[in-house]
Structures are given as C-alpha cells and as structure tokens.
Design a protein around this ligand. Structure first.
Ligand code: DAH
Length: 342
C-alpha cells in the first residue's frame, strides 16, 4: 500500500524529469502516450493496481492517483502551448530576416514661411512683445480710414485692393490690427502682429496672398531712438550680428516721420552683388512714429502717448534668407522644393 504511494511519487518525479527533456511536439506526444495512453499508459496501470489495495486504503490512494493524473495532464497541456508559441516565432524568424535594416518613415518638415514667421515672432517675444491678430476680412475703416488713408487719399491704390463690398475688403496689410489693438487696450504695450494679407498683384516677387508681420509700441515718451534701437537689434538677431542697418526717409499715411529700413546685403555683406543690384543694401521694412491722427482715431491723446510702428513681408525675408528667386515656389506645394527645408 504505502508501496503504491511511493510508486506514485516516483512516477511524478520521473515524469517531471522526462517533461524537462522534451523539445518538440513529437516527443511530447510520445510522453503523453507513455503516461496517459488509454491502453497501456503508466497512469492507467496505476488505476488497475488500485484494485489490489485493501478497501480502507483505496479511497486515499485513489485520490493520490487522480491528483497525479491531473498534474500530468496540466503539465502536458502547458508544455504544448509553450512549444506551439515557440514554434510560431521560429517560423517567423525563418520567413523574415530580422537583422535587415528597417525602412525609415519619411519625415515632413516645416514650410519655409512657417520657419521664418516663427523666428520673427520669437525674436520679438524675447523682447517682451505680445502677439496680436485680427480678421483678414476687414472693413474700410480698419484697413484704410483709421490709418489715415481717407477716402480720396492717393495712397489708396484701387488696383491693389480686393473688395468684398464697397465697405469690406480683404486686408491689404496687417496694419489693421494696430487699430483693433489700440481700441481694445490701454498703453503702454508692445505687440507683434503676424498674418495673411491680400493684394491684386502677381509676378515672381508678388503674390495675391502673402504674409506680413506688423509691430506696434505705444507708451509715454517713446522716441525715434527706441524705434531705431529695436529694429537694429531685431535685424542683427534675424540676419546675424554683422548686419548693418540704414534708414531712408519715406512716407506712410499712418506714420510721421516715416522710414524705409535697409540691411546690408546678406548675400555679399555690402560689397555689391546681383541680389542687391550692386548697392550693398536690401530694403526690408517700413517703419515710423505713429501719426497723431491715428492716435486721435482710436481715442488716444497724442499729447500724452507716442509710439512707433513697423511692417515687413515674410516672403521677402524668406526669399533673401534662402536665396529663393520666385515667390510662387512657396505656394506650389512641390515636394522637391519643400523637402530642402528639412
Ligand atoms: N503697411 C505697410 C505696407 O503694407 C507696411 C508698414 C509700413 C507698416 C510702415 C507699418 C509702418 O506699421 O509703420 O506696406
């Protein structure tokens, strides 16, 4: 009887050892037959031998044999699963060479205008400017009238403006944001205003839709020297610390005095080349002191506040920075062009 108990333990140990050695499905099947075979399995034989045991001991030993049977069954099933999953990875490895180099996904890149726009904004943000915006569809008042471009003003070039109705236009510049900003806030403030603008104009340096960045600083005792210092710092940040700046007298209806701002040619450093038409200078910005008329139009007292404003074209800066000669390249979505800016 305890003879049988010892046998059960011995069988358990032998099975466990044998199972450890099994490496393939075929060997596992053989092991199963050896232990659980219907006709002549080891467990089957044990059950047969139970009959020779006394009635009192039979239930206990019967349970022990059943436990063994379950253990063997479970262990065999577990091993079968393990072998199967091992086998499938084995198959995979045979079908594909995991040591081959992978295919890198193609990376997109920022549009060159986006890059320049972002750089411009960053430079001013570092100087404490806030970013402001307004609608691209604008009333005559904000786009023209309030900026000193009265109805019959010669600077209103009818040819250039897209009219939606008599009183509504696609804004021709970002200067409209100046008016909204001044109406909505109290000085002092410094703001940068990037955005799309529209003009009826199309050739290799003009596009009917393009981008501008406007700047406006208003406070007490803001002077022309502030304007000059700010723009010089900005241009050195944008084009490099060797960049020189030059102001030429100019005219804008919303600034007085007004200036055209040039930088030393970024191609030849000022020596003279094709890009700067041998002048050594490139025109880059319009700027000036906010005209008292504009302050009056937004309800500010020009005796108390003063300020400066400027505006520049993003496409022009990008064309100069990257040496692009045709503005249309920006809008054609040609990957051969765009992928050069990764
Ligand atoms: N609005 C002008 C343009 O579109 C650019 C400009 C010039 C903006 C002088 C200004 C400025 O704020 O002071 O050509």
């Amino acid at each position: 009887m305890s003879d049988l108990k010892a046998r059960i333990q011995g069988i358990r140990d032998a099975f466990n050892q044998a199972l450890d050695q099994v490496e393939g499905l075929k060997a596992l099947e053989e092991l199963r037959n050896q232990y659980l075979g219907r006709k002549r399995g080891i467990v089957k034989d044990l059950l047969a031998d139970l009959r020779t045991v006394s009635k009192e001991l039979r239930p206990e030993l019967g349970q022990a044999v059943n436990r063994l049977k379950n253990t063997v069954e479970n262990a065999l099933t577990e091993k079968l699963e393990a072998l199967k999953s091992g086998e499938s990875t084995g198959d995979l490895q045979r079908k594909m060479d995991l040591t081959l180099p992978g295919v890198a996904p193609e990376l997109g890149s920022l549009h060159p205008l986006k890059v320049v726009n972002r750089d411009l904004i960053r430079i001013f943000e570092r100087m404490g400017y806030e970013v402001a915006s307004a609608s691209e569809i604008e009333t005559d008042f904000y786009n023209f009238e309030a900026l000193g471009l009265t109805k019959n003003h010669p600077a209103r070039d009818m040819q250039d403006t897209f009219y939606v109705t008599d009183e509504v236009v696609l804004r021709t510049h970002t200067s409209n944001v100046q008016i909204h900003l001044m109406q909505e806030s109290k000085p002092p403030f410094k703001a940068i205003m990037p955005g799309r603008v529209y003009r009826k104009d199309a050739d290799i340096t003009h596009s009917p839709m393009f981008h501008q960045v406007e700047g406006l600083v208003v406070g007490e005792q803001i002077t022309f020297a502030d304007l000059k210092g700010t723009l010089e710092h900005f241009l050195k940040q944008l084009f490099g610390s060797d960049t020189k700046m030059r102001l030429r007298p100019s005219y804008f209806p919303f600034t007085e005095p007004s200036a055209e701002v040039d930088v030393s040619c970024i191609m030849c450093g000022g020596k003279g080349c094709r890009v700067c038409k041998n002048s050594g200078w490139l025109e880059i910005l319009g700027a000036g002191m906010v005209d008292p008329v504009v302050f009056k139009n937004v309800g500010y007292d020009p005796e108390v506040v003063s300020g400066f404003a400027f505006g520049l074209g993003v496409e022009r800066v990008a064309m100069l920075k990257y040496g692009i000669s045709d503005i249309r390249m920006f809008f054609e979505d040609d990957l051969r062009f765009l992928s050069q800016f990764t």
